[in-house]
Each structure stands twice: as C-alpha cells, then as structure tokens.
Design a protein around this ligand. Structure first.
Ligand code: UDH
Ligand code: NGS
Length: 367
C-alpha cells in the first residue's frame, strides 16, 4: 500500500515537472513571436506614416507604371547651394554615394487620404525632420535620379496647402527625389492666372537650383498611391489621371489638368505655358495642344496608381470661367511661339522661406 502511494507520488511529481517545463517552453515561444511581430508592426507604421522612412519594407517591389524614365542620369551635375553635403559624418572617411534605384524600395503603394481631420504645419514639420528650409529634401543614402521642382499655383488656399504638405512631403521623400516645393502666390486681387503662375514657378525655381524636372500641381490634389512618382518621363506626364471627382477616370482623353510633369527640355520645346488665360478654364487644354503640335505624346500611370483625391471647395473669387477660352484654344498653334516662357514678365513682391515650402508672391499683372 505504502509502496503504491510512493510510486503514484513519483509519477505525479514527474508529470507536474513535465507540465511546468512545457508551459515554460510555450511561454518562451510566445514571447519570441510577440517581440518579432512588434518589430514588423513598427516597421510598417514607419513606412506608412513617416516621412523619411529608411526601413526597406518591400525591397523587390515593382511599380505598375508602364514606362521608363526621362532625364534620369544627371543628378550629379550641380549641387544645391543651401543643402548640406550628403552623407558626411565626422571621423568617417568620405563615401561615394551610389545612385538611388530606379524604383524606390521605400514605396508602400495605396494610401489612405482623408480631409475630415484638420492638420497643422507644426505637426507636418515635426513629422518630417529631414526637410531643409524652404521645403527642400534630398535622400541621405543615395543620389536622387532627378532634381524636381514642384510648382503650386496659389491664392488664398491655406487650408488646402496644409493638407497638401502633410500628405506630399512623406510621399516625395519615399520616392527618393531631390526636390523643392514652390508655392507661387498671386498677389493683389486681380483675376487669377494659373498658367502664368506656373511659368513664374519654373523661372524662379531655376534661379535657385539646377532642377531638371518640373511637377505642376494644383493645391487641392492628393495622390492616393505613392507609386505615382512625381518625376519626369521620356514624354510629358499627366499624373492626376484618376480623380475621385470624375469617378476615378479621365473626364476626356486630352485632359491635362491637375498634376503634370515635364523635363526642362520638354517644357522649353513648347515655349512653356500661355500667359494670357485669365480666369478659370482652357489653359490646360492649351498646354495639351502645345505638346501635341510639338510632336510629343502624353505619358500616364495606370488608373490604379494614378488615383487621387480632390479637396472639395467652392469656386474662388476672381476665378470665374474665362469666356475667351474656347477661342484661345482654337489658336494655340499660331500663338504658342509668341506667348510663353520667352515672353513672360512679372514682378516678385516677396520671397519667404518656410520650413515646409518656399512661398513666392508675385504681381502677374492683369488682362
Ligand atoms: N487656385 C488658387 N486660388 C484661387 C484659384 C485657383 O490657389 O483663387 C489654384 C489652386 O492651386 C487650384 C488651382 O489653382 O487647385 C486650380 O483652380 P481651381 O481649383 O479653381 O480649379 P478647379 O477646376 O475648380 O479645381 C473649379 C471650381 C469648381 C467649383 C465647384 C463648385 N462646386
Ligand atoms: C474643361 C476645361 C478644362 C478643365 C476641365 C475640367 O472643360 O480647363 O474641363 O474641369 N476646358 C475648357 O473649359 C475649355 S473641372 O471639372 O476640373 O472643373 O480643366
């Protein structure tokens, strides 16, 4: 009897030990997996929201963009005067940086874009610590393939600009561009002239740095996919191809409004943009006509990659539809060589360097 209970006790003791050991093993495996999942979630959050992501989440990702490149290989021609030299750490031998890859490994694809919660400039500034004064950036670890000036025609749209800066700065940094943001503000209260402001942006940006690519963007358009790279291609590029307000499709085939990009050569080939479209409409069709009559075609991302949202708004003061626009677009071929960047005249009233953008206020005259 006593022998039996000793055997039972020993058996029970050993079983308990085994159970405790199994529990310990289970707990350690759980802890290891939990810690690893934290790492992955952290990396994901960084890529989603920031801003200057350095984590390589998708090293092998390819874009859906159908076409290869424009003026790519000239990034080392001239250095930005006001940006610090790349990758120079005290005590370390100077390293020659390689070119950034054709497709940035930092891209994450589709993005959530919403306008119901306001954003502040302060918040955007804090979340983008690698930006230089005036809204300038270049990648730290590689030489960008293009130097891109982003030109925004502007008057009295501060709320839209805050959203634009909040969403675009992280995207542009993930796209590994050497870029600067120029807000061209029409001074005074004369009738608005979008295309002329874009010409001013081109001229003013070039005074500051040797940009080889120009992206022209309305202040109220936000891309919904960071694979829609804000750079130049072998043909002029239309980037806002799939806007929510048009049911995520083109309103018509020749539509070239919203966001577009052109290399310096492409822009000069069409003598820039018209200066005489005062008020709303037609200037983008004139630009399309210029491109077509100069033998160029339009490059576009796919409808999926080119999705974007527009911030809803009322018609602005002093930007009513231009009654002359139909007549003007019927004569682009004859007028384009006289009216454009070669005949541009304006007066800079003020240049302000903010942390997130350069604001140039100009007098563009009146009709
Ligand atoms: N812009 C300004 N201030 C103005 C006018 C235009 O900043 O007073 C700029 C801004 O970058 C804007 C772009 O010029 O995104 C194009 O002008 P727009 O937004 O007026 O053109 P859109 O075709 O709107 O987007 C037309 C008016 C729609 C009224 C709809 C009423 N429901
Ligand atoms: C066309 C305008 C374009 C304009 C486009 C989209 O009719 O300038 O509509 O306008 N052309 C002419 O008027 C000749 S939108 O729906 O965005 O307001 O960009």
């Amino acid at each position: 009897m006593a022998g039996d209970s000793t055997v039972n006790f020993n058996l029970l003791h050993r079983t308990c030990k085994l159970v405790v050991l199994l529990c310990l093993l289970h707990i350690s495996v759980t802890v290891v997996f939990y810690v690893r999942s934290l790492d992955i979630r952290f990396a994901f959050a960084q890529n989603q929201q920031t801003r200057n992501a350095v984590t390589q989440l998708n090293p092998g990702r390819t874009t859906l963009e159908p076409e290869p490149e424009g003026p790519a290989d000239r990034a080392d021609e001239k250095k930005a005067p006001e940006l610090p030299p790349q990758e120079e750490k005290a005590g370390e031998p100077e390293k020659t940086l390689e070119k950034c890859p054709e497709t940035s490994p930092l891209l994450v694809g589709p993005l959530r874009v919403e306008f119901n919660i306001p954003v502040t400039l302060e918040q955007t500034k804090d979340e983008n610590p690698n930006l230089q004064r005036g809204g300038r950036f270049r990648p730290k670890d590689c030489v960008a393939l293009q130097k891109v000036a982003i030109i925004i025609p502007f008057r009295n749209r501060d709320e839209h600009l805050k959203f634009w800066l909040y969403y675009l700065h992280p995207i542009l940094q993930r796209q590994q561009l050497d870029y600067g943001v120029y807000v061209i503000n029409q001074g005074g209260s004369e009738i608005f002239n979008r295309a002329k402001l874009l010409n001013v942006g081109y001229a003013e940006a070039l005074k500051e740095y040797d940009y080889d690519c120009f992206v022209f963007s309305d202040v109220d358009l936000i891309p919904m996919d960071d694979r829609n790279t804000y750079k130049c291609f072998s043909q002029p590029r239309h980037l806002s191809v799939s806007m929510d307000k048009f049911g995520f499709r083109l309103p018509y085939n020749q539509y070239f409004g919203g966001v577009s990009s052109m290399s310096k050569e492409q822009y000069l080939k069409i003598n820039g943009f018209p200066n005489n479209y005062w008020g709303w409409g037609g200037e983008d069709d004139d630009i399309y006509n210029r491109l077509a009559s100069s033998g160029m075609s339009i490059s576009r991302p796919s409808g999926e990659v080119g999705k974007c949202r527009m911030i809803r708004h009322q018609r602005d003061k002093q930007n009513d539809p231009n009654p002359q626009r139909f007549d003007r677009i019927a004569h682009t071929r004859e007028t384009m060589h006289k009216d454009g960047i070669k005949s541009l005249s304006y007066k800079v009233l003020k240049t302000e360097k903010f942390p997130l953008f350069t604001k140039i206020t100009v007098d563009v005259g009146k009709p």
